[in-house]
Ligand binder design. Structure first.
Ligand code: IMP
Length: 429
């Protein structure tokens, strides 16, 4: 297999940045295929920190083609700002190394405003979105009224396309007694931003077809995690895109057989930002320890992440729905000080046992985890680079997780440093 698809196996923030960067350094092209600037990937290269939201991780490495696929929702102003920030850090970004899919939908300022207004209206029921307009833009895409990158090339028809989109939104605004929106204000700002976006616009599927013909290695870079998938996640506390590996094909225009080895980035414990069910959540001192030692604060919003034990029932389910071949187990070192470690192997709810997370939001809110416990290793994993050098109890923990989720750990990360990585199986081979 030449290609790799990377996805998050939990609720996002699994530590994809380090693994993606390591694999991107060996890929020819890196492709984002869903989500938008709600994502946050931190890369540390030669001591320099790069924070990416919309741009694929290959962008910081010379000679790689970075592609933003049609499955991504693109805020053109956020994209221009991110390009400027990275250029300011010395990263070269030109149409030779960045391709923006011409059929990708755009997020306009009204989508962010709707996102934030809806969250405020939900009150205690809020989803905890990033407020970036992701959901409303995807709604407009499915509603067949969104503007796409290619529309920027046709200024004469922009106004009528925006009017078509506003027909929907203005009807709602009127119903709420709020002021309606006029197409003109959007036309002017889109015409202004267009010259900064259009040089990068092109056909993603054709570029990938060419890459395939010339035997290039492609890395599909997922954002968020499978438990936030709009179909398979903890609905309605999810993001508005499909985050499973199959989306790599849909969101970039390659055949389903091209996504290659599916690597699920999996944290050795669990975290979640935003609201929604979290069966193994720890609101005690252990949760605090994991949060402190793991620096569990969001890259995009800075919010404190909720922490809990590893949920093997959930990851087992994710392995199946996403076709994961192997996992990259991250942040194992964060658990160094724990005396005892628990693993969730199933749930109990209303007198019934489950070995998977039931689909109903009502049941998801109520399920109680069934745990098994193991002794911790209580020594530092920092700098361990060979599987055999792991302390016995850490090794047993990894082996138990593999058995419970049904796939092997291909990669184990023992510190944020790039070198502190145990490679058990090379996903590119
Ligand atoms: P949205 O994607 O902004 O609509 O937010 C929907 C849910 O997904 C919220 O719970 C967010 O906290 C969560 N979410 C969105 N992007 C990320 C991410 O990159 N990491 C982790 N959670 C995310």
């Amino acid at each position: 297999m030449t290609n790799i698809t990377i996805i998050g196996s939990q609720w996002g923030d699994e530590g994809k940045g380090k693994i993606v960067d390591w694999l991107a350094s060996r890929a020819d092209a890196v492709v984002r295929f869903q989500g938008g600037h709600n994502a946050g990937h931190t890369l540390v290269i030669d001591g320099k920190v790069y924070k990416l939201h919309l741009l694929p991780s290959g962008i910081v490495r010379p000679g790689k083609l970075s592609i933003i696929g049609n499955g991504v929702v693109i805020d053109p102003w956020a994209l221009v700002a991110e390009i400027a920030t990275l250029r300011g850090q010395g990263v070269e970004i030109t149409p030779d190394n960045l391709l923006v899919s011409e059929n990708a939908p755009m997020i306009l300022p009204l989508h962010g405003a709707i996102d934030r207004a809806m969250e405020a209206a939900r009150g205690a029921q809020k989803i905890g979105t990033t407020g970036r307009g992701i959901g409303p833009a995807y709604e407009d895409k499915i509603g067949r009224r969104v503007l796409r990158i290619c529309d920027l090339a046709h200024p004469d028809t922009l106004k009528s396309k925006i009017e078509n989109m506003l027909m929907h939104h203005n009807a709602i605004l009127k119903g709420l007694g709020a002021p309606t929106l006029a197409a003109e204000e959007f036309v002017a700002s889109l015409k202004e931003i267009a010259p900064q976006i259009l040089p990068f616009a092109g056909s993603c599927w054709q570029a990938l077809d060419q890459a395939k013909s010339s035997g290039k290695k492609i890395l599909f870079e997922g954002a968020q995690g499978v438990m936030l998938d709009v179909d398979h996640g903890t609905y309605p506390f999810v993001t508005s895109s499909n985050t499973i590996a199959a989306q790599a094909a849909i969101g970039s225009g390659v055949g389903a057989d091209q996504i290659g080895y599916v690597l699920g980035i999996t944290k050795a414990y669990t975290t979640r930002v935003g609201s929604g069910p979290f069966p193994t959540e720890l609101t005690d001192a252990i949760g605090e320890t994991l949060g402190q030692r793991g620096h569990e604060f969001g890259t995009t919003t800075g919010r404190k992440r909720r922490c809990g034990w590893f949920d093997a029932a959930q990851v087992r389910q994710v392995v199946k729905v996403s076709g994961i071949h192997g996992i990259a187990l991250t942040k194992l070192d964060v658990m160094d000080t724990l005396q005892e470690i628990k693993i969730c192997i199933g749930y109990e709810c209303r007198g019934k046992k489950y070995d998977y997370l039931p689909a109903s939001a009502d049941l998801q809110a109520e399920v109680k985890p069934i745990y098994e416990a193991m002794p911790g290793w209580q020594s530092s994993l920092q700098g361990v680079r060979k599987f055999a050098d792991l302390p016995e109890n850490a090794l047993k923990y990894v082996r138990r997780l593999e058995t419970l989720i049904g796939v092997p750990a291909a990669v184990i990360s023992t510190s944020p440093e790039r070198e502190d990585t145990i490679l058990v199986k090379d996903p590119f081979q």
